[in-house]
Design a protein around this ligand. Structure first.
Ligand SMILES: Cc1cc2nc3c(=O)[nH]c(=O)nc-3n(C[C@H](O)[C@H](O)[C@H](O)COP(=O)(O)OP(=O)(O)OC[C@H]3O[C@@H](n4cnc5c(N)ncnc54)[C@H](O)[C@@H]3O)c2cc1C
Length: 459
């Protein structure tokens, strides 16, 4: 194996993929290697079949989170073209440039199987006014919804175009990054490889490893926030006015009681609620398909509150993990509760859920979320459900289902400059692993940005 490359990219999520893709286009003669802890796309299979294997068996690398396509491979494929959420890439590369990079990513997706998918936009939406009247703010965005099925096709097509021009090493987690006199060396189980330019793009699943790299190389970092809350599931018709016009409405509410911000996140019209496994902790998420035959009669979305700890306790993610563990302890996994039961201060039971009008799309344990979520967070969520009820009547119905807990962990922020370069020349850190991005579009855009920078240096 050739162990000397011009560029080594660690991680084949959207950040790493778009860095490799852009380098292949701009500098075809460059030798580029991508090291990925997980499997190629077609070999990414979670062993849970609901029959022989019912719950997580902690595989060495999780096929849901790792492998070609990264955490986004089986996601809903919503590419939000906006600086209003999804990361702070614009703080590093400038607002206009960040938007242009995201638009460029969209053109690549559209020429690799995403053709014909709809681009939704909030601009000129009548919902803005309706939201303001209920203390709600609708954030500006254009949303390309690929859907889980098309997202997979796009990734497959991009891989096919790259596989003979970029060297991929799957099932090869990098253990160490070392600084050489001119360039970098990366160590893996059976060997080492070296390069002039190194791009680290290890996403959320690589967050703990990323910390060891920063500690070893003394790269400065900052703690980040954690988002905690529930996933709401209700009949799709309740949110249809919003989802038909916008697909996903990113709405923020300021609570009257504590002036906290509660926000909607990851809206899935006609979608399904799913389990998510982060380091063995089961939390909840959602997705939906573009193909009508795979759609459900429900819509789901998360309601989240951000918490950021700095002094003396700094571990925002640890706080989120503890709350998720508590819900796993009480429910053996995800807990589901009817909104009416929560309001009446009683747990949900199998019977009460069965008697309700909303058919749950995830098998979860009926229980009581007030025993899990801190009061302040839960009060904010309840207030927002009533505010949403004004723009989408039916949201606060007794039968609306709440699944918990949903936790969005964010990586610590790695200190990078406007080129997404660390304090070491030619060592870049991009995507969710850098803490700068937390979305498909921002992570992908960060990959393109760094590839263009490397190409410029090569000339
Ligand atoms: C269920 C789900 C649904 C989502 N839906 C959406 C959505 O609709 N829209 C949206 O914008 N975002 C969504 N997201 C978030 C989105 O997937 C991420 O923001 C995005 O994938 C980040 O890209 P990335 O390349 O930075 O990291 P990742 O996608 O996490 O990829 C990092 C890769 O690095 C690999 N890796 C880690 N450590 C190492 C190592 N030491 N050596 C080698 N390889 C390593 C991992 O195996 C992984 O494949 C979703 C996430 C999940 C989990």
């Amino acid at each position: 194996m050739n162990t000397k490359f011009d560029v080594i990219i660690i991680g084949a999520g959207p950040g790493g993929i778009f860095a490799a893709y852009e380098l292949m286009k701009l500098q075809p003669s460059l030798s580029v290697a991508v090291f990925e802890a997980g499997n190629p796309l077609e070999k990414r299979k979670c062993p849970i079949d609901g029959d022989k294997i019912k719950s997580c068996i902690n595989c060495p690398t999780c096929s849901i989170m790792s492998g070609f396509g990264g955490a986004g491979a089986f996601s809903d494929g919503k590419y939000n073209i906006t600086n209003a959420f999804g990361g702070t890439l614009y703080e590093h590369v400038g607002r206009e440039n960040a938007t242009d990079l995201m638009k460029y990513v969209d053109t690549i997706n559209m020429t690799h199987g995403g053709e014909g998918t709809k681009l939704y936009s909030t601009s000129g939406s009548e919902f803005k006014k309706k939201c303001i009247q209920s203390r709600l703010t609708l954030l500006d965005a254009s949303v390309r919804h690929l859907g889980t099925d098309k997202n997979y096709i796009v990734l497959d097509n991009i891989y096919k175009e790259m596989k003979d021009k970029v060297q991929f090493f799957f099932r090869t987690p990098i253990e160490k990054v070392k600084k050489l006199d001119d360039g970098y060396e990366v160590d893996y189980k059976d060997g080492t490889a070296s390069c002039k330019y190194c791009v680290i793009s290890v996403g959320r699943s690589g967050s703990k490893w990323m910390k060891t790299v920063c500690d070893d190389l003394k790269i400065p970092t900052k703690s980040n926030r954690v988002d905690l809350g529930v996933r709401v599931e209700l009949p799709a018709v309740v949110f249809e006015d919003i989802t038909n016009a916008l697909y996903e409405g990113k709405i923020v509410y300021q609570t009257q009681k504590f002036e906290d911000s509660v926000r909607t996140f990851c809206m899935n019209p006609h979608g399904a609620v799913v389990n998510e496994n982060t380091n063995g902790i089961i939390t909840v998420n959602g997705h939906s398909y573009e193909d009508p035959s795979l759609q459900t009669e429900n819509t789901n979305f998360a309601l989240l509150v951000s918490k950021h700890f700095s002094e003396p306790f700094k571990d925002s993610n640890g706080y989120g993990e503890s709350i998720a563990r508590l819900s796993n302890m009480l429910g053996g996994g995800v807990i589901v509760q009817r909104f009416g039961d929560l309001e009446r201060g009683r747990r949900s039971t199998v019977k009460r859920i069965e008697e309700g009008t909303v058919r749950p799309t995830l098998k979860a344990t009926p229980g009581d979320l007030s025993l899990v979520l801190p009061k302040r967070i839960l009060d904010g969520i309840i207030e927002m459900i009533y505010a949403l009820d004004k723009i989408a009547p039916g949201t606060a119905n007794d039968d609306t289902l709440l699944y918990g807990v949903e936790v969005k962990f964010y990586n610590m922020e790695v200190s990078v400059d406007d080129k997404l370069e660390t304090i070491y020349p030619d060592l870049f850190c991009i995507g969710d692993g850098s803490g700068v991005t937390h979305s498909l579009s921002h992570a992908s855009a960060s990959g393109v940005h760094v590839a263009r920078e490397i190409s410029k240096r090569i000339g």
